[in-house]
Design a protein around this ligand. Structure first.
Ligand code: SF4
Length: 317
């Protein structure tokens, strides 16, 4: 006789998944493919998600690491994370046609860093070394104009040129709580440090972390759909752990779920990073239905309505 499935409540965080910047970046690649026909080159993963990359590859996008892989006359798109200034300059020097899919909220940080630099301030960037967004933001300014600080120890060890001529900006996809600690430490050491006009951590990162915090106290476990190189997805796992989930894990797809490690929970929270498409959320829910008698519950903390326009050069509008 078939055993009855255990009941399980699946708490679906909302907002979750695609943000306006990711949506726009994907639309830029799709519109370029429609307008010019394949191939269209994309420098780096357009967003940190294998599924999205493979779907665009199937439509004729070719992903490259560097511009020199793009042939003469090629059309190339820069990813949502932003690029150092040297990249569009190199594209222009080679007369490549390029479209910049940098999220407008990342561009805002670039502009801000530029203005602070013009004021003669030494800039600290709170972020993660090696992340494309950090490379892009640091690459807006001359070498050594921006100092990266990743940890409280980095803040402690930092020796400014002038402690009264400092400013900071941040990566857009950081942990809100960790960043608040870093900012507090910076302000404690350098009371005159200039803060960004408006919070650099973007609305999507903030809302997804808040949504996880809201459901974590009710969930024994939390699954985050996203890629290991997606900063905002990794932060969601940390937020869930800190909010009390005994088990929190990142999964790229349903096949990654470790059912044995998950055990026999009564309530599981489910969310997705800003670069994970909804089709993967559906896939994970379907996998849960195979293992459990699932009751799906939406847990909406805020409704998002942010949308960004595509570049005029692409739409002709
Ligand atoms: S996570 Fe935020 S900054 Fe990054 S693409 Fe999305 S909206 Fe833009």
């Amino acid at each position: 006789m078939m055993q009855a499935k255990r009941p399980l409540t699946l708490l679906l965080a909302s907002p979750r998944g695609f943000c306006a910047g990711v949506d726009r970046a994907i639309q830029i690649v799709e519109t370029a493919l429609e307008k010019f026909g394949p191939p269209v080159y994309v420098r780096h993963e357009i967003v940190h998600n294998r599924f999205v990359v493979e779907t665009l590859e199937a439509k004729g996008a070719i992903f490259v690491e560097e511009l020199d892989e793009v042939p003469e006359g090629g059309k190339v798109i820069f990813s949502a994370h932003g690029v150092p200034k040297s990249v569009p300059a190199a594209a222009e020097a080679r007369e490549l046609i390029y479209f910049d899919a940098t999220c407008p909220l990342v561009s805002k940080v670039h502009i801000e860093a530029g203005r602070l630099h013009e004021r003669g301030l030494q800039i600290l960037l709170i972020g993660h070394a090696g992340h494309p967004e950090v490379i892009g933001t640091m690459g807006q300014l001359p070498e050594r104009a921006v100092t990266l600080v990743e940890t409280l120890a980095d803040v402690e060890a930092f020796r400014p040129r002038d402690p009264d001529r400092l400013a900071f900006v941040t990566q857009t996809t950081l942990s809100i709580d960790d960043t608040a600690e870093m900012v507090a430490a910076l302000k404690a050491r350098f009371p005159n440090i200039v803060a960004p006009h408006k919070e650099d951590i973007c609305y999507a990162t903030t809302n997804r972390q808040e949504a996880v915090k809201a459901i974590a106290p009710r969930a024994e476990a939390m699954l985050v759909i996203g890629a290991p190189n997606s900063s905002n997805s990794m932060r969601l796992v940390e937020v869930a752990e800190r909010a009390g989930c005994t088990y929190a894990a990142l999964v790229q797809r349903a096949t990654d779920i470790d059912w044995a490690a998950l055990g026999h929970p009564h309530t599981v929270g489910l969310t997705a990073g800003a670069s994970a498409p909804d089709v993967l959320v559906d896939e994970v829910i379907a996998a849960f239905r195979e293992h459990f008698d699932v009751t799906l519950e939406m847990a909406e903390t805020v409704r998002e309505s942010v949308q960004f326009k595509l570049p005029r050069a692409l739409t002709g509008e």
